[in-house]
Design a protein around this ligand. Sequence first.
Ligand code: ZN
Length: 327
Amino acid sequence: MYTFREIWGNGRLIRHLRSAVQNNRTSHAYLFIGGAGAGKKLITNTFAKYLLCSNRGDEPCGVCESCRVFDSGNHPDVIHVTSPKKTLGVDEIRGQILETVDVKPYHYEKKVYILHAAHTMTVQAQNALLKTLEEPPAYAVFLLLAETTELFLPTVLSRTVTLKINPLTEGELCRYLVEKDFMAEEEAAFFAAYGQGRIGHALALLEDEAFRRMREDVLLKMSKLPSMRLSEALLLAKEWEGFKNDPRLLDIIGLWYRDLMIIKAVKDERFLIQKDKKKMLYSADSLEGLAKKAAAVTKAKERLMQNANFRLTLEVMLMELKENEIQ
Ligand SMILES: [Zn+2]
């Protein structure tokens, strides 16, 4: 649990953190920037555990008392700063940081504050934290997790070391899913592409049975669409009403046409997203015809985002998908 070995990608960032600790050159405040599911929690937790480890190897040792307590989730010198509200306000900063920061660590050399969703900190909260960031006690380390730097005061940014967590490439994420035995390579390619390089996203999708079932169902129907009568095709709008609130429905249909276009245009399976469905991926349409259909899906997606009626929007889309069909 929580070792650098477990972290995929972001090699430079990890080398930086490791050498800072080994050379006793850690900063008092770090700002980790990365999108949802990019691995912010895994990286900051590992770094916190490493900062507190009593053995100074290349990894948190996992056997010293600090590491063991850390893994239990009850480390006395690790404070997770969170908020019950949508923002991290001045009350949380006061109650969870300012009132405790002058108390020395219980057992260890450092006291680590992990600020979750730090990008939601209000201006007042940031100002309240600023003084502590300017003159922190020697033992204190602040790890701020955020999705973007945009909402931070320049004064706060100037007191923190900003480190960007990069999503994995599709290839890296695909390799991760296969090596961790989550799935066979062909299916992994889809989840990797759909997860956009974010392990957290890909894993959440994997565990999402409803998503997998929806995808199977929708792709099967899409493969049969050309042989359906228009009246049958329009019934899909009703049938899919159960997925009404799931924007991924149209993503899946959009990716279907994307892959059909790839096959038409470059005839190279390597570029397919839905490699596991390559046997189904066939269309008699021309490339232009497929492009029009992909555009119809995008249009439907936009309409739904503007709260258009689901059933009607899908019927219009299905009609466009059946238009000028080559049988
Ligand atoms: Zn240790």
